[in-house]
Write a protein that binds this ligand. Structure first.
Ligand code: MN
Ligand code: MN
Length: 313
């Protein structure tokens, strides 16, 4: 039982551009022992199909998180008054072997979850959500899912392979990792291989909300409906940064125009407040395509927003 909670290192104790570049300048520790929540990096891009570079995502997101202060001025959330949070470093993926990396991620998450710690993953390409959901099922059973993305990521195969960043939610359905009628995919758009590309998830019971359905609107009412449908069921949030329009977040590998705005992204994550969120990830930030750092900055902020809506805050 923690008697005092870790705090992000303040700008009056060390310049914001100084010190170790941990997530939110929090302390690090090697395991999740004693933590309510951990940030964990997964520096992987060997599951990507177009531009690579997401292996550098965790480091850049941590670097851009240096401006984040403890209090959420919009929502009033004060996560560091209620929860013990630290950065547990990176999963040692095998950058020469995607399938081995997937096994390594599941094992790392088994260990985190054995400590009753809620993991917030810093990606890394979207392949990583599959082993996370496999580990989560062992602890929580099949979960509800809020999946924000330009893409459905329900391909059966990519170049003949079953494991890639465009297949995790197809595999998740096959392996009963999800409660299909409590799965929401928000922001889907772009060109497809066939006109019915988004029908497969709908046939599984998913709710697909295309980007066009989101244009020019607040997503707060949508999130109220989602909370109503999910209820208290254990819920996972998987946020692909390419859900946002490339005008905001160009630093990613598979870019689609006509995406969500930053404020819609905030409405989605803040709209998860009240759900029984058992984990989340922020994936597909590719620093080589992010010359200003803005994409990583948005990623860091969305991870902070996820922390702010966790049960107990
Ligand atoms: Mn994705
Ligand atoms: Mn995507």
């Amino acid at each position: 039982m923690a008697t005092s909670f870790n705090q992000p290192l303040g700008g009056n104790d060390m310049p914001r551009f100084g010190g170790p570049a941990t997530m939110m300048r929090l302390p690090t520790q090697p395991t999740a022992a004693g933590l309510d929540v951990c940030f964990v990096g997964i520096p992987m891009d060997i599951g990507t199909s177009n531009r690579s570079g997401t292996r550098h995502g965790p480091r850049q997101i941590r670097a851009e998180s240096c401006m984040l202060r403890p209090y959420n001025m919009a929502t009033g959330a004060a996560p560091f008054e209620k929860l013990q949070v630290a950065d547990v470093g990176d999963v040692a993926i095998n950058t020469f072997d995607l399938k081995d990396s997937v096994l390594r991620i599941e094992k790392a998450y088994d260990d985190i979850l054995s400590h009753d710690c809620v993991p917030l993953g810093i990606g890394g390409d979207h392949t990583l959500t599959l082993p996370i959901l496999r580990a989560i099922k062992k602890k929580h059973g099949p979960v509800a899912l809020v999946h924000v993305d330009a893409h459905a990521d329900v391909n059966d195969r990519m170049f003949g392979e079953t494991i890639a960043h465009g297949t995790p939610f197809r595999r998740a359905v096959e392996e009963d990792l999800l409660v299909n009628d409590k799965v929401f995919q928000i922001g889907l758009r772009g060109t497809g291989y066939a006109p019915e590309d988004f029908d497969w998830p709908r046939r599984q019971g998913f709710t697909v909300v295309t980007a066009e359905e989101c244009w020019h609107k607040s997503l707060t009412p949508l999130m109220a409906e989602i909370r109503n449908t999910i209820g208290n069921h254990p819920t996972y949030i998987s946020y692909d940064i390419d859900s946002l329009d490339p005008a905001f977040a160009p630093g990613t590998g598979t870019v689609e125009i006509g995406g969500l705005t930053i404020w819609q992204g905030l409405e989605i994550v803040r709209g998860c407040s009240g759900l029984n969120v058992v984990g989340g990830d922020l994936v597909e930030v590719s620093p080589p395509y992010d010359p200003t750092g803005n994409t990583a900055l948005i990623g860091a902020n969305l991870l902070y927003e996820m922390l702010c809506i966790l049960p107990g805050v």
